[in-house]
Ligand binder design. Structure first.
Ligand code: PLP
Length: 328
């Protein structure tokens, strides 16, 4: 009947493109900066795409059956997307989180009926954390080996190694951009966490037109942990660097050959840009979106890029950062 959807799974993707006319005018930008507004997904982030894709892929492969519980180790946007999709499909959801995660995140996961467990609450993992001086990667490894492998009726999603992650961007995000620009896209700008977005979207666009440039965005030197400053004062949540990462920490979901170049953006510039576009264009976006737009502005300033169409992935809503002070 009419146009009534039957499940939030039908509302994932097909997000709009918006040219940031006000921002272009403010900075006298001579190229077209076009944001892909991923906060139009049902749970306000790009991660709804992979949450749905990874769950449906597991269903098809028989790894996830009615009555099972979906398990992941992030309470970020992926955790929230998974909690919602699991709820709508009738699965349980459990997430293991680090102690410093904000109370807000717990509340959202619980609102969807999910369970949030602190890593330190599992004795085997607490022991690993103690022995390794808080090494999160080692903790997840012991979670897999010593806890999850002994359990039945669970599906461990593992977004950093799950091929359904980049694949859904190749099947949906890339084609949407191609169609909505009538194939007139010159440059794609995106940050990377797992790398799924840039790898899948980039792969599709390069297949359609190998001349399209794929530009990654990484945190600048002052926004990254270093030997002298292990916890920088300002970081861009969820955004990982492309260079200087040890091989064992590079997610399997990142295709290191997909990007033509990457641009470094400092957190303070990312925050300021997010605040500016709220005022110039009326969109409330998160800090990684701010970083991507700041990078696009620099790319647009190059002589050779005048008049070009620069599509920028804006992963999530600024509402998720109210408690971090982004808009204070
Ligand atoms: C908030 C947020 N969501 C999503 C993404 C994209 O992530 P991925 O590379 O895992 O696809 C990023 C990457 O920077 C991000 O900061």
């Amino acid at each position: 009947m009419g146009n009534i959807h039957q499940s939030i799974t039908e509302l994932v993707g097909r997000t709009p493109l918006l040219e940031l006319k006000g921002f272009e005018k403010k900075h006298d930008i001579k190229a077209n900066i076009i944001g892909k507004l991923e906060y139009f997904n049902p749970n306000q982030s790009v991660k709804d795409r992979i949450a749905l894709a990874m769950i449906e892929d597991a269903e098809k492969k028989g790894l996830l059956k009615p009555g099972d519980t979906v398990v992941e180790t992030t309470s970020g946007n992926t955790g929230i997307g998974l909690a919602a999709i699991a709820a709508s499909k009738g699965y349980g959801f459990r997430v293991y989180i680090q102690d410093q995660v904000s109370e807000e995140r717990f509340k959202v996961i619980r609102a969807f009926g999910g369970t949030a467990i602190k890593l330190t609450e599992e004795p085997a993992i607490a022991k690993t954390l103690e022995e390794t001086n808080g090494d999160f990667i080692a903790a997840i490894d012991s979670l897999k080996k010593e806890v999850l492998s002994k359990e039945e009726n669970i599906f461990f999603v593992d977004q950093c190694s799950n091929p359904a992650n980049p694949d859904v961007h190749k099947r949906t995000t890339g084609p949407e951009i191609w169609e909505d620009t009538d194939g007139k896209v010159d440059i794609l700008v995106a940050c990377a966490g797992t790398g799924g977005t840039i790898s899948g979207t980039g792969a599709y666009l390069k297949e359609k037109n190998p001349d399209i440039k794929i530009v990654g965005v990484q945190p600048g030197p002052n926004s990254l942990p270093s030997d002298t400053v292990p916890v920088p004062e300002n970081e861009i949540t969820g955004v990982h660097p492309f260079e200087g990462v040890p091989d064992n920490l590079i997610p399997a979901t990142l295709d290191r050959h997909i990007y033509d170049e990457y641009v470094a953006v400092e957190a303070l510039d990312a925050y300021e840009t997010a605040r500016q576009v709220a005022k110039t264009d009326g969109i409330l976006i998160g800090e990684s979106s701010g970083a991507a737009i700041f990078a696009a502005k620099q790319i647009a300033a190059k002589e050779e890029n005048q008049g070009k169409n620069i599509v920028v992935i804006l992963p999530d809503t600024g509402l998720r950062y109210l408690s971090t002070g982004l808009f204070d």
